[in-house]
Write a protein that binds this ligand. Structure first.
Ligand code: ADP
Length: 381
């Protein structure tokens, strides 16, 4: 039997037991609708022997669904063994659907009475309805609890993969820096000026990687500690974009970074340093994820109450099913490029938190995989 961390089965068993006793039945059951196989499957049973259960199974859909909510309904008692006589009396059945709030059928509750017992009355149906509601609520709660547990598992596994990713990401540049520095320090080899310059550049690049990773981690820890302290003042986004682009251009010789804002762009109220971080991250990604170069256009448009800044690249794009997920912590789209690119999947999450702290929204549009991405930041004016 599948693990039942939310205890749904025992709760349903109690409900069935209560229903059978209150209705003076001989047995009862709850079957849940299984969307995958598209039929009802028994989940909780009371007072029905193995043989009856075996014959109940095939009948769940046909005979029983037809008698839902009918007082005086009977189902034919099938022979429990192939050679047994088929002439068994029908048994009395009272059954009600278990519906979710929206009316979707999630299961059925049944109470059986011996053929010779007193017939069910309409008052019995009302009583069973109370149990049916209770069962539906229990199922709903179990579903919510299961979703919460699944989310907790997902976060825990993300957390542990985070530790291994981060240690790997830290180790690689440190190993490279150490290796190169050791080589340069060797007294026995006279290095040419070019070699020294090339090695020094590599060391510098690796230090930049380390710096970026540490900044991401620091930002993340501040955000997780709930300290997105904002320092609000006037921000001229076109100037800010230009300043960020200016810093990125030397690292992106294959890209043309274009700033394209309309004149008279509104000055917004925001945290300049944090918005700089957002733009820097988005431009950095635009460069990282367009390995063949191309143009990166940072544009802006003013709306009645908001401004929208877009960062458009001609890179590898983001498949539709990934567009929501790239903003989650540690989520990276699994491509050959991302595997070869430094990063731990924190940048966009941090950007999103900052933009939302401005009461804004950050999202991505990407026409189709392979044709570039456009990230959009919309913040109030
Ligand atoms: P990182 O770049 O460190 O992996 P981010 O949070 O900045 O983390 O981005 C998450 C993921 O989203 C990236 O790993 C990449 O798969 C995808 N992504 C981000 N920006 C772009 C872009 N401009 N084009 C294509 N994919 C992108």
């Amino acid at each position: 039997m599948a693990a039942d961390p939310t205890n749904l089965t025992s709760m349903l068993n109690l409900i069935v037991l209560g229903a059978v006793q209150m209705l003076r039945g001989s047995g009862g059951a709850v079957a849940l609708w299984d969307e995958e196989v598209r039929r009802l499957t028994l989940r909780a049973v009371y007072g029905l022997d193995e043989a009856t259960l075996a014959t109940l199974h095939p009948r769940l859909d046909e005979a029983i669904l037809g008698s839902l909510g009918r007082v005086g309904g009977t189902v034919t008692r099938l022979p429990s063994a192939p050679d047994a006589s088929a002439a068994m009396p029908p048994e009395q059945l009272l059954a009600l659907p278990l519906n979710e709030d929206r009316g979707t059928l999630v299961g059925v509750i049944y109470v059986f009475r011996e053929p010779a017992a007193e017939a069910f009355k309409s008052g019995d149906l009302e009583l069973l309805d109370l149990f049916a509601r209770q069962a539906a609520t229990t199922i709903e709660q179990a579903r919510l609890a299961a979703a919460t547990l699944a989310e907790k598992d997902r976060l825990e596994s993300m957390q542990s993969s985070f530790v291994s990713i981060v240690s790997h990401e830290l180790q690689t540049p440190v190993a490279i820096i150490k290796g190169y520095a050791g080589t340069l320090a060797r007294p026995d080899t006279p290095w040419s000026r070019e070699t020294v310059a090339r090695v020094a550049r590599t060391i510098e690049d690796e230090c930049d990687h380390l710096h970026r990773l540490l900044t991401d981690l620091l930002d993340l820890s501040r955000i997780q500690a709930g300290r997105v302290a904002m320092s609000i003042g006037p921000v001229e986004l076109p100037d800010l974009a230009e300043a960020v682009a200016e810093r990125s251009r030397p690292q992106a010789p294959a890209h043309t970074i274009i700033i394209d804002f309309p004149s008279e762009f509104p000055i917004i109220q925001g945290d300049r340093e944090k918005l700089r971080m957002v733009l820097a991250n988005l431009i950095d990604n635009a460069i990282k994820y367009s390995p063949e170069g191309g143009s990166i256009v940072i544009g802006g448009r003013a709306e009645a109450d908001h401004v929208v800044v877009s960062i458009e690249d001609q890179g590898i794009g983001i498949p539709p099913e990934e567009r929501e997920h790239v903003f989650e912590r540690f989520h990276r789209v699994d491509t050959r490029l991302s595997r070869a690119t430094q990063g731990v999947g924190l940048g966009l999450y941090i950007c999103k938190v900052i933009v939302e702290a401005h009461n804004g929204r950050l999202w991505v549009e990407s026409p189709a995989s392979g044709r570039g991405s456009t990230f959009l930041v919309r913040v109030p004016r």
